[in-house]
Design a protein around this ligand. Sequence first.
Ligand code: SIN
Ligand code: MN
Length: 268
Amino acid sequence: MKLTPAQITEFEEQGYLFLPNLFSPEEAALLTGELPGIFAQQREEVIREKGSEAPRSAFYVQTWNPVFELVARHPRLVEPGIQLLGSDKLYMHQFKINAKAAFDGAVWQWHQDYATWYSDDDMPTPRAMNIALFLAEANEFNGPLMFIPKSHREGRLAAGHDVTTTSYPLWTTDNETIARLVDEGGIVAPKGPPGSVLLFHGNLVHASGSNLTPWSRWILYLSLNRCDNAIRRFKRPTWIANQDFTPIEMLPDDCLGEYERRRRTAAE
Ligand code: SIN
Ligand code: MN
């Protein structure tokens, strides 16, 4: 799936692009059907919220779930990355499903992803990005992603290492900087049904609030990086900061439909 020149311009100006309903309800249902089993697993790649059993994130799922193995190579997710990053050789720097569980989902502090990729992983440049796929509706109540439009133009901002607020250490942006950036750019929170896709720049400042609602806000993130921009420090485990720089080979557009048809035939 190719982005139009107007969509590419919008991404470059705003730092993000929202594509509602990019995946069909049937495709989204195939993915959400896998989630209870994924979050129930007791393994190091499934991390819990601080002081709770609620799932926070499931990492590296493309290596241990056959449906997400397909999603990690899906052309509707990978091809926009190829266009926006300007290289057809991309690898998966990180792959995670954030649960933001009903009632228990905790915050993600204001941050740029590149601050962490730079400080922890020694990624040479910010030529990496996120492709987010909604696996549940994101609405104004259940902790949607918040962006400060155009903040990617600031480059990498100073960041502090927050290892206490949540169960996941993160390099975060200070409140004074956030206040200045919001004064200039405001805040947006794209909302939409499962199957919607949000693309955002590695330097776009973002956050999300806690989820006090009965509605979990599941989002899958593909963090794509150019193979010629591979990380140089390996202090984080490969399931958080991938050390396998093999270029992603895309699958056909209907790979999820094909999987579902085969599964049905096998069950008959
Ligand atoms: C992130 O910034 O990595 C996650 C934010 C969220 O899922 O709300
Ligand atoms: Mn982030």
